[in-house]
Unconditional design. Sequence first.
Length: 394
Amino acid sequence: MRVVLGVGGGIAAYKACEVASRLVQEGHTVDVVMTEAARQFVAPLTFRALTHRPVSTAVADEPAGVLSHVALAHAADVMVVAPATADLLARLASGRADDMLTAVYLGVRCPVLVAPAMEPEMWTHPATQRAAAQLAGDGVVWVGPASGRMASGEQGVGRMAEPTAIVRAVRRAAPPSDLAGLRLLVTAGPTWEFFDPVRVLSNPSTGAMGVAVAEAAYFRGAEVTLVHGPLSVPIPPEVSAVAVTTTEEMAGAVAQRFSDVDAVVAAAAVADFRPAAPSAVKLKKSAGDPPTAWPVERTVDILAGLGAAKRPGQTVVGFKAETDHHIERAVAMWHEKHLDLVVANRVEAGRGFGARETDAWLVWSPDHIEPYRGSKAGLADALLDALVSVRGGR
């Protein structure tokens, strides 16, 4: 997606750096347009380093014969203005085009998101509210403002929305609708297998990958159900969620819904083993030396069951987390479990579980393997692109 990020001249301009960084990490092309006042808070070089693209500041600086404000406006899929000061809101609402940012705004025909940032008295002033009402009538989508502590030390409504909220709003603003009508079940997170009521056999999965897939699929038009184990990340409010704890519970929840869906993305990191004889009461340290061995047994293989039971037209996607031989083991899983697509993940320090960045390979078949490196949100979209292609090729 091509995003124009307009940065106004307020102290919250530093947060726009994180907005730009997160958007780039998700795979978007970001063009930053700054007001002259914004340059007093953040140097254009900062945004250039974050986006790897030139930064526009003034119409007068455009190369001769090149109307770059027109080119930026026409190329944009989404425009974001963050922070939007009271002065900038007034200029946008009145149709001014006296700098690069306002000139680009007048030229765009894409969704426009505005994140206000100003003192509470300025936000609630009738003049600002008139400008806000005008912009809302023109189709602007508001992100915030939030309530909290201002730079002045005052508390109230006027704080710029957090970068994560702004980035999420960008995802919602102009997603493709290529999954409209698809009924999708996504699994996420770890499962817990109890040794006793307070000790579990599990893994460090946070559930971020599965949640990213569920959220991205929803915004692309799918009807999504998320079956999840204990998560360390929030669930998007738009997604229907079913909470489970053990592998057996997840298997039951998935089996109950499998016949009603068109596709499954099994991103959960389920426990492969469980204690063979869990204790009904907490095992005490004072009871003696700890056991040198604790018998375990295999849990149900949810993915193999789905691959064997899928009907014509159903698609099953699996994940394979490995520390080595990633592609070979993912290809073996593709064969053995009759899957349509496998995502192989590298698990090591700084990658995989709990990390923002991931190394992965999309295994369509033994002869069609695509590498991916980047954010989990970006991988979610790459996976869904592949899902659309796999289903369309039938």
